[in-house]
Design a protein around this ligand. Structure first.
Ligand code: C2E
Ligand code: CA
Ligand code: CA
Length: 651
């Protein structure tokens, strides 16, 4: 009876497609992928050997060449086929992330090499003794007595692999374990079929089918796993969540934010920190696994992990979230360093709680701040109606709406001169009245606009509105020298800042000296080269500069001396503590120092008469009072018309 060789042809085609796709896709060259590639190449070679052997046996005339080819085909088959089993065992170690367990044990390494060598030695000996197989005169393949050793070695490697999967089932992801085990029944059935009908050569096809499973389930997965954290990669997670939203598939997402991740990194150093992240992924996976909760663990940078689960039942998600919380609060040992993670956890169901991708993404990055100091596991559903929470979550849309509808407005707070006893300037402060949420303070939306990038457009709006104000009003008539405008850190490093501002003041026909720009110390230090150049160029054109919030940062004296700032604004925190005699010395001497450096000094946040008078009265040999004061005691920030009215009434 002729051998049925079509199965081999099918097997070869399948393997060839996978090998080329793997090479072509330039997949991540981690150990598991390399092992799988070697496994597929060996299977392809064995298939060619098997096919050739069968072909020669069936269709070749008895001849010396035929004999030579038959031996060559069988050696090719045996060599490749024999190596497949040990490589598969290594593939299991690599895929299950327990390679180190294999490497650490000298006995297993020796056993592996010993058995592989035995197979090879037997094949070499076979050349002289035919103890494994031989080819008869009429090109028929006949088994030798030692072929059993070959089968035993293969079976041993098979059992070895099975044993690893079972032994480490708790730390191997469930779907991985199942897929790795699937190979066994498939190949076992093929062996039985081939034992009953020796001419039906299905074994290599069964290997190809098993590889198909690996490619679909495991390799796709491996490709998406970050080798450092062991969790689903950032890009993949975003892609997955996006796709899930697009398909309206119900899912539950649990965000786990380790708020002290920066401190942990500082404490451990980068390399141990990576180990820590990996250990957390393993711990999170095994918590979910213990609860039989189907999840993908992902990592979104900055200490944010997440569970993505098809299970829509909140009652299943909660106990796991609670256990994660408890796990995080316990010390974890990382290479002898004990780490306690401060985690915030939030459970969201989509689409019920959140329907769009951008909200879920904002939530992932901000929930630990928007939900304040809540230490328990938070159910998003219970908070989604809190006003503050909603505002912070919908900030992107709120800002877009405000920019479209121009619902921002500039307020002006008068600045009092103690030497001239009148108001000499004002600070422009932005206000936002949202149609849905009403007034939202700049202290809330400015930092969020800074992180989302909307600050540039807002900054442009502010410049435009205040320049218009200066153009519309005769400042001299109002007794005002200039108007102060806050520049955010992100604006200070805009490359086109200078051209933009100069162009705006030119088109609006205002004098550069009417403008004073407030920058903060943080801004000045972000990218000193660009900031210095921007500030110097604008200052050369006549624009004034003030250093805002002095005393809140590091009070870097060097920046005060290197940047051409005309004014320094002492932060409110100085005067808040003015009753403390030590602080009074600091305030007095700081003012003295800055004035000696030729800077105008402004004290912010003066709310009471006593404080104002104290600042006005401060009298030493060197210091005759503080020049400028800004605060609620004199006036709150006012809308344009009220501000003008107020200023005129005080002329
Ligand atoms: P800032 O630049 O330090 O502005 C001074 C803040 O102190 C203002 O808060 C002002 O209303 C408030 N203030 C003034 N006097 C007193 C007082 O006596 N007591 C108290 N408690 N507060 C006083 P506001 O308007 O809420 O602005 C907060 C911050 O938001 C500003 O701090 C500034 O950093 C930012 N901001 C405001 N408007 C703008 C803007 O147009 N552009 C940029 N980039 N940031 C802005
Ligand atoms: Ca300011
Ligand atoms: Ca300030």
């Amino acid at each position: 009876m002729n051998n049925i060789i079509y199965f081999d042809i099918c097997a070869f085609i399948i393997l060839a497609i996978f090998i080329s796709s793997m090479l072509f896709k330039k997949q991540m060259r981690d150990r598991a992928n390399t092992m799988l590639l070697i496994l597929m190449e060996l299977a392809a070679i064995a298939t060619i050997g098997d096919f050739m052997a069968a072909y020669i046996e069936n269709y070749y005339e008895a001849s010396d060449v035929g004999m030579l080819l038959a031996y060559a085909a069988n050696y090719l088959y045996f060599l490749a086929h024999n190596l497949m089993f040990p490589i598969y065992t290594l593939y299991i170690y690599a895929t299950a992330d327990i390679w180190h367990i294999y490497k650490q044990n000298k006995v297993t390494v020796c056993l592996w090499w010993g058995l592989v060598s035995l197979d090879i030695v037997l094949l070499i000996i076979n050349h002289f003794t035919h103890i494994m197989f031989r080819i008869t005169e009429d090109l028929e393949y006949v088994r030798g007595p030692f072929i059993i050793v070959y089968y035993l070695v293969a079976a041993f490697f098979g059992l070895w692999g099975l044993w690893i999967i079972i032994k480490y089932k708790d730390i191997v992801r469930h779907d991985k374990a199942v897929t790795l085990i699937i190979l066994y029944p498939i190949i076992f059935s093929a062996i039985i079929i081939q034992a009953i009908w020796p001419n039906v050569l299905v074994e290599m096809l069964s290997v190809a089918v098993a590889v198909l499973f690996f490619m679909i389930v495991l390799q796709r997965h491996e490709y998406q796993i970050d080798p450092i954290t062991g969790a689903m990669k950032y890009a993949t997670s975003i892609e997955r969540i996006n796709a899930i939203f697009a398909m309206h598939k119900p899912i539950t997402i649990t965000f786990i934010k380790i708020v002290n991740h920066n401190n942990i990194r500082l404490y451990l150093g980068q390399s141990r920190y990576n180990d820590y992240l990996r250990a957390q992924t393993t711990a999170l996976s095994s918590i979910a696994f213990r609860h039989n909760y189907p999840v993908d663990v992902f990592y979104l940078e900055n200490g944010t992990y997440g569970f993505l689960s098809d299970d829509y039942d909140i009652n299943n998600a909660l106990p796991i979230a609670e256990e994660v919380k408890e796990h995080m609060s316990k010390p974890m040992d990382v290479d002898g360093f004990s780490v306690i993670s401060d985690a915030r956890i939030c459970v969201v169901r989509c689409p019920e709680d959140v329907e769009d991708f951008s909200t879920i993404f904002t939530l992932a990055t901000t929930f630990h701040e928007t939900l304040g100091k809540i230490n328990d596991v938070v159910l998003y559903a219970e908070h989604r109606n809190d006003r503050d929470f909603m505002i912070r979550n919908e900030m992107d849309e709120i800002l877009l709406r405000a920019l479209d509808n121009r619902s921002f407005e500039m307020y002006y707070q008068p600045i009092y001169s103690t030497t001239e006893d009148r108001f000499v300037s004002a600070e422009a402060l932005i206000r936002l009245k949202d149609e849905r949420f009403g007034f939202i303070p700049p202290g809330v939306f400015i930092p969020m606009a800074e992180s989302s990038g909307a600050i540039h457009e807002i900054g442009d709006y502010v410049l435009d509105a205040v320049f218009d104000f200066i153009a519309r009003n005769d400042l001299d008539e109002l007794g005002l020298k200039y108007i102060e405008i806050n520049l955010s850190a992100a604006q200070c490093i805009e490359v086109d800042l200078v051209d933009k501002i100069l162009h705006m003041i030119a088109t609006k026909g205002i004098d550069a000296t009417r403008v004073s720009l407030e920058i903060t110390e943080t801004a000045a230090n972000i990218n000193p080269a660009i900031v210095d150049s921007n500030v110097h160029r604008l200052h050369d054109e006549g624009i004034r500069f003030a250093l805002d919030d002095y005393g809140t940062g590091y009070s870097n004296i060097r920046r005060v001396t290197t940047l051409p700032v005309d004014q320094v604004k002492l932060d409110k925190s100085f005067v808040d503590d003015i009753d403390n005699p030590q602080m009074w010395i600091v305030i007095r001497d700081t003012i003295m120092m800055l004035r000696e450096m030729g800077k105008e000094v402004l004290v912010e946040g003066v709310e009471t008469k006593e404080v104002a008078e104290r600042l006005i009265r401060v009298n030493t040999d060197l210091l005759q009072g503080c020049e400028l004061i800004q605060g609620f005691y004199f006036c709150k920030p006012l809308p344009e018309s009220e501000f003008i009215e107020f200023i005129k009434s005080r002329l």
